[in-house]
Design a protein around this ligand. Structure first.
Ligand SMILES: *Cc1c(COP(=O)(O)O)cnc(C)c1O
Length: 459
């Protein structure tokens, strides 16, 4: 395989989407279900580093990483070398039928690197939702209990059980019920919108969790599942002390504490795992997304007594820990080995904050710039009421897209722009992308002010 290299600079060769993408999108509509949404209807020809090059020759800055997946870049040489070698040897045996040692090597790496100084075992699967489902299977099997505690604004996937665990109705759950029972939701200590103020969020949210457990019977809960930084829910960093408080509550009641590190893990936040920021340890840690640099791989890693509580044959899947995906993960681990990629997340945050923090005072529509490392977000809402302004986030994303910057919208109210650049992004490219975003926010803010003034005059 010849590695493909794409120049690391933005280039607008045509309008975005260009004519070839428009043609291909029309063809797509004839053959692909309309149930899949699309952020930017542009067809990609090749991708490397932090650039997506489309079929019309445009080079788009990638602030999405395929939703936090291609942290090592979309054509990482370590990943390509391992996958290329594996591809030449064999593509599949099914690990439940005959074995291959890359599966073991991935499990060993996760046992050694996930938080927790105890003996661990790992199970590999293909998707994040599948791993979360299996974490629940493991917790139920180990505890003999059934209930699952989840949180407001949580996202855990699109399968039936994980839809039940996910908070947002539209688009994830709409028309897809009924959902499995025994999933109970508690408040998440979200600083910005906590009703009595950010300073009360931790204590009041923990008290609410205790009340809910008391009412339901804490001894009926198998697991408590939480994202250490929420992803789809709006890149919400929990108020300090919330995660350690939950850890303590879970321990006290014998509830398996499950950290969903699928989006925030693997170096994204400037430490290998987002839970490292508060030294919180999960009984089970779930990883996926950036784990295999673009090949489908997910994992549940945790205490040996939990992981081995399941009967033999109770876990698995045809493609679980597929050889190509395991090879890719070994390439990802190599890319992470010298610590440079994780360190990159820290300077990415410093540069992004230098350019975006001033928007908090400069643009009236910005109410928060938050996140950790290379997992950052800007929230748009009314300054006084915090009423979400989804239409502005949408407008800003569209204008960025037109200028060759791919950003994603997220949040329960769809009013947050999130930044997930690959950790290999070069500084000049990062600054170019942030400049586009900042200028667009300033323009949209000015337009919003003008509209507000006109409405005042009319009233
Ligand atoms: C993406 C995501 C999932 C689901 O992963 P899939 O691979 O899409 O099934 C679960 N939890 C979190 C936090 C995620 O970001």
């Amino acid at each position: 395989m010849t590695p493909v290299s794409v120049p690391q600079s933005r280039l607008l060769a045509t309008a975005i989407p260009g004519p070839r993408s428009v043609e291909l999108h029309a063809e797509r509509l004839k053959h692909v279900t309309s149930g899949f949404g699309i952020t930017l209807p542009v067809f990609i020809d090749r991708a490397d580093g932090a650039i997506l090059q489309d079929v019309d020759g445009n080079r788009i800055i990638d602030f999405a990483s395929g939703i936090a997946v291609t942290s090592v870049g979309a054509s990482n040489p370590n990943v390509q070398a391992h996958v290329g070698d594996q591809l030449a040897r064999f593509t599949h045996t099914c690990f439940m039928v005959t074995e291959y040692d890359s599966f073991t090597a991935v499990c060993r790496w996760l046992n050694e690197h996930t938080p927790g100084e105890f003996e661990k075992r790992t199970a590999l699967f293909s998707t994040g939702a599948e791993a979360i489902e299996n974490a629940i299977k493991i917790a139920r099997s180990a505890t003999g209990r059934q209930k699952v505690l989840v949180f407001d604004d949580a996202y855990h996937g699109r399968s039936l059980l994980t839809m039940a665990m996910t908070a947002k109705e539209n688009p994830y759950k709409l028309n897809f019920g009924p959902f499995p029972t025994e999933v109970i939701r508690a408040p998440f200590a979200a600083p910005l919108r906590w009703p009595t103020g950010a300073e009360n969020a931790t204590a009041e949210a923990l008290a609410a969790v205790e009340r809910i457990l008391d009412a339901e019977g804490p001894e009926t809960f198998a697991a408590m599942v939480i994202e250490p930084i929420q992803g789809e829910g709006g890149f919400i960093v929990p108020s300090p002390g919330f995660l350690p408080g939950l850890r303590e509550i879970a321990t006290r009641h014998g509830i398996v504490f499950v950290l969903d590190e699928i989006q925030a893990g693997m170096g994204r936040t400037g430490l290998l795992f987002a839970s490292n920021h508060e030294q919180v340890v999960g009984d089970l840690t779930v990883t996926a997304k950036a784990l295999a640099g673009g090949l489908p791989l997910s994992a549940v890693t945790g205490r040996v007594e939990l992981m081995n509580a399941v009967h033999a044959g109770g876990l698995g899947g045809t493609y679980a820990g597929n050889p190509l995906a395991c090879a890719a993960a070994l390439g990802v681990f190599e890319a992470f080995e010298d610590g440079a990629l994780v360190a990159n997340a820290c300077w990415i945050e410093a540069v992004a904050r230098e350019m975006l923090d001033p928007l908090l005072s400069a643009a009236g529509i910005v109410v928060d710039v938050r996140g950790r490392g290379a997992m950052l977000a800007v929230e748009f809402a009314d300054r006084d009421t915090l009423a979400p302004r989804a239409e502005l986030a949408k407008e800003i994303a569209a204008r960025c897209h037109a200028q060759g910057l791919l950003v994603l919208v997220c949040g329960t109210y769809s009013n947050v722009i999130r930044l997930l650049p690959p950790l290999v992004i070069e500084e000049a490219l990062l600054r170019d992308g942030l400049t586009v975003l900042r200028d667009v926010v300033v323009q949209v803010d000015a337009a919003a002010r003008e509209t507000a003034t006109r409405e005042d005059v009319a009233a």
